[in-house]
Design a protein around this ligand. Structure first.
Ligand code: ZN
Length: 180
């Protein structure tokens, strides 16, 4: 297994539309190795999602996993889930503002409005097409990662840039931790 080097904001690959994955690719060793490495890279970075362009691979693949992390201690566990060629079929009317960070933009947090609920369609690791109704943080992670496949990053979605802050300020001001 390998921890893959991550692309960061400013890298043009994060601004490009990723390519649709063919079902036949799912049977290859290269796909299996990619998924394994993406999972490990996401976990090692304490992230809840990682899209292939974030490790320099321009394919419509992402992995999402909800679990308590240092900056989201209270969240439940769900996944990991590999999503291939995902698309959002519909958005619920309610929009929620919440904090987001990105493994491609280290040490920053900002508030991003997202649909509270979505219906999403994707192919899973086994090549099955799944339709899923998602809500809350799970829906937010889907939207963040699917944006990456379109060349969109979370700061593009921010409506109040004054909420953008460094992770150390976020820890003190939002999580209420002591200044270090
Ligand atoms: Zn991201």
């Amino acid at each position: 297994m390998a921890i893959l080097p991550r692309t960061e904001f400013g890298n043009p690959i994060l601004r490009k539309k990723a390519k649709t994955v063919r079902r036949a690719y799912l049977a290859t060793d290269s796909f299996k190795a990619l998924i394994r490495d993406m999972r490990q890279t996401m976990r090692r970075a304490d992230g809840v999602g990682l899209a292939a362009p974030q490790i320099g691979v321009p394919l419509r693949i992402a992995i999402i996993e909800m679990r308590p992390t240092d900056t989201r201690p209270g969240i439940g566990r769900k996944g990991p889930l590999v999503i291939i060629n995902p698309r959002i079929l519909s958005y619920g009317a309610r929009v929620q503002m919440d904090w987001e960070g990105c493994l491609s933009f280290r040490g920053a947090r900002g508030k991003v409005p997202r649909a509270l609920t979505i219906v999403v369609e994707y192919m899973n690791e086994q090549g099955e097409v799944i339709e899923e109704a998602a809500g809350g943080l799970w829906a937010r992670i889907f939207q963040h990662e699917i944006d990456h496949l379109e060349g969109t990053v979370y700061v593009d979605r921010m409506t109040d840039m004054k909420t953008l802050m460094t992770l150390s300020e976020y820890r003190v001001r939002i999580l209420g931790k002591k200044q270090t």
